[in-house]
Design a protein around this ligand. Sequence first.
Ligand code: GTQ
Length: 350
Amino acid sequence: MNTDLPTSDRKAFYEQIRELNMIPLWESLSTLVPHQPNGPCVPALWKWRDVLPYIEQAGTLITAEEAVRRVLVLENPALPGYASVTQSLYAGLQLILPGEVAPAHRHVQSALRFIVHGRGAYTAVDGERTTMMPGDFIITPSWTWHDHGNDGIDGRSEPVVWLDGLDIPMIRFFDAGFEEKSTAMSQRVTRPEGNALARYGHNLLPVDYQPSSPTSPIFSYPYDRTREVLERLYRDGDVDAWHGVKLRYVNPATGGWPMPTLATFMQYLPAGFSGKPFRSTDGAVYSVVEGTGRAVIDGQSFEFGPKDHFVVPSWKTFTLHANDDAVLFSFSDRPVQTALNILREEKLDA
Ligand code: GTQ
């Protein structure tokens, strides 16, 4: 790295070319083409017990209808003002109270919902509603109409909070964002709940089905099924020394990711698990479903419990540890890095 301060004749030269909107590459080459990832993001943890009172307060300050989306954004402390949790990812916690509706719209940005708290809200995607239960993973693919509501379940209604994961920073980077509001608050329901899961979610596909896009035709991945598989694989001994039992969500029609920009994972760390160090160029956001434990990220320790969220930045070495059986959901920009052939990951042995 060139750490020398520029001489006065060079400095004068820089000032002159600045007038022409030019700068000398040699003063910033090593930052622009780093030896290894050296981004600004820092690890961070949002404890549920700290966050919940503010989510509740937001519920008294503005309605879902007025806010359109009543969300507290999880912003990386090193990226103030960017509404980004990493350079490529957006994360937020959305609240919908009993009886509320978040109006229908669509946008280029792809969204995932991971249900954190409460039961009985719904998201409607492409004419089908899905009731949200804690631990469920639901997708709203690019340019699909979606609205949210909370009608309750089994005669009970409660506030519902979910994690929104979107590719907002990626779409902003490409300046490719479009959005459209529906004239109707909620979209018309054209198919019964569970229809997509029946068609596409049982190792079978309708005989004439041809994928027309890279997006998964399933838009709800219920937790009870995921949880059962994790437990089963643990019992069968399929535990990785770095990740525990870690599975990726899949588009059943292609084997690819559920959406082209966002990878999603669920992992099980058995009680006492102490993972080996790992790093990857896809930074990830974690939502703790069950259990307590610790993530040690770049030498910093973060104690986690149910409904906590944390972010592991790109290429920071981290380990995961569980006190009791823990289940962690996570998402990253892995499909994009894979498509660009730039993904690197390393299982370390230290
Ligand atoms: O639910 O459509 O957290 O459009 C940010 C932007 C949620 C949504 C967010 C959105 C949505």
